[in-house]
Design a protein around this ligand. Structure first.
Ligand SMILES: Cc1c2[nH]c(c1CCC(=O)O)Cc1[nH]c(c(CCC(=O)O)c1C)Cc1[nH]c(c(CCC(=O)O)c1C)Cc1[nH]c(c(C)c1CCC(=O)O)C2
Length: 397
């Protein structure tokens, strides 16, 4: 694949768009594009599509397209949620995660909290990677302490209840929230949608909960690979449709999380994770070639080259590699997101500033979106999160 070419900015973007256009059938597919009722007022999406490079578009969106920008944009993974006191107060009144994430008024308010408090360049939908599962016939609950719970699916019989998603029917609250967010933030920030990739979703379905060793899904991979492949394929089809529904409803960038794929050996990653990531990404690019896609995997230091060839526009780094190391390995043409260790936000301001600016200098201000290397820790002082965002916004080369 491509290595350092020295071509940056608009040229890179033009090439990306060419590649994306070649991989799709724009007019016929767009003609059939599903415009949902909630998407009707989301006009800016259409404008961005048609205008291509539009300087009135928000900073993060332009940077994610590979355009030259006036400063590096910044947001934080898992920024909406538990590290914010306003959110924890809201949890008292609305105790279940599903209520908070499936009621548009609540999820809109929670999505906006970090934007109002810190003026982040990105506003991410408050939801979860598991949110679309009931729409595929798989129910889940989230226990505040223990996390997600799903009746484990380990047999062909358990697969019988799985069916393709109809996102508009299954998750209208997601469409409404995204549409509302676009209306509120206008061009002042970029609205991000997100999905979980099939392998990571399957870890929750097969294990039934969060896991450390992933032994049940690995047993399935080695004892009943056909069953796991059937599950992953079914997930990929639905998740691709669900991601497109988010874009139709107003999401301007999509981040795909394959958080736990870093636990696989290279051979198993290539067998059980990569092909299904690609199916999701191709499904998005076939309908929305202009929408930047970001991929995140935890403990992904060994996987950078594989992530860069998944069809995405941006590789989100965890903190186990430096930006220059990543650049050497994946070239200058692809975007990089990250990669401050979230634990550094527990440090003092001098340390936060030093480590943040080091990454910004390493990123060179091109094809770079500043972020953490994983989600913000729940115990992070809000003042430190604010200081991190300000540090990035005040930095100049
Ligand atoms: C705790 C948990 C949930 N769901 C999940 C967990 C992790 C459990 C584990 O370690 O195995 C699974 C999950 N959810 C999300 C991911 C991918 C990101 C990652 O690697 O952390 C993963 C792996 C995205 C998310 N999950 C959530 C968002 C919200 C948007 C954001 O702020 O980024 C995203 C992108 C929100 C979420 N999701 C959940 C809660 C209770 C909350 C809100 C409170 C909070 O934890 O901040 C349930």
């Amino acid at each position: 694949f491509t290595t350092t070419s020295g071509r940056v900015g608009v040229t890179t973007n033009a090439r990306r768009l060419e590649r994306a256009a070649a991989a799709s059938t724009p007019s016929s597919v767009r003609g059939k594009r599903r415009i949902t009722p909630t998407a009707v007022s989301a006009q800016p999406t259409e404008k961005a599509v048609d205008a291509g490079k539009d300087t009135t578009d928000p900073l993060l969106l332009r940077a994610a397209r590979g355009e030259k920008v006036e400063r590096v944009p910044v947001w934080m993974m898992r920024q909406a949620g538990r590290h914010i006191k306003e959110y924890r107060d809201l949890v008292q009144k609305h105790p279940t995660f599903r209520e908070r994430s499936e009621t548009p008024e609540l999820s809109t308010e929670i999505s906006l909290q970090p934007w109002r408090n810190y003026k982040t360049d990105g506003v991410i939908l408050f939801s979860d990677i598991l949110t679309p599962l009931p729409g595929m016939g798989i129910d889940f609950t989230i226990e505040e302490k223990a996390g997600p719970k799903i009746p484990p699916m380990r047999t062909w019989d358990s697969m019988k209840k799985m069916h393709p998603i109809d996102p508009e029917k299954a998750c209208p609250f997601v469409g409404q929230t995204l549409n509302e967010l676009r209306g509120v933030v206008g061009n002042e920030a970029t609205v991000l949608g997100f999905v979980g990739c099939p392998y990571t979703l399957a870890t929750y379905m097969v294990e039934g909960k969060t896991s450390k060793e992933y032994l049940e899904i690995k047993k399935m991979a080695f004892l009943e690979p056909k069953l796991l492949h059937a599950m992953l394929k079914s997930l990929a089809d639905s998740i691709g449709d669900y991601a497109n529904y988010q874009v139709d409803s107003g999401a301007q960038v999509i981040q795909v999380f394959d958080s736990w794929a870093g636990h696989l050996s290279p051979k198993d990653y290539d067998t059980f994770a990569a092909p299904y990531q690609r199916m999701v990404i191709e499904k998005i690019k076939a309908v929305h070639p202009e929408v930047p896609v970001i991929i995140y995997i935890n403990k992904s230091g060994a996987l950078l080259e594989r992530m860069a060839t998944s069809g995405v526009d941006i590789v989100s780094l965890d903190w186990t590699v430096t930006v220059p190391e990543a650049r050497k390995r994946i070239g200058d043409d692809i975007g990089i997101q990250g990669n401050l260790d979230p634990a550094i936000l527990h440090g003092d301001h001098a340390t936060i500033k030093e480590r943040t600016e080091e990454i910004l200098r390493d990123g060179g201000g091109r094809n770079h979106v500043m972020n953490l290397g994983h989600g913000i820790d729940a115990g992070t002082p809000e003042d430190n999160a604010a200081f991190f965002i300000d540090t990035v916004k005040n930095f100049r080369f």
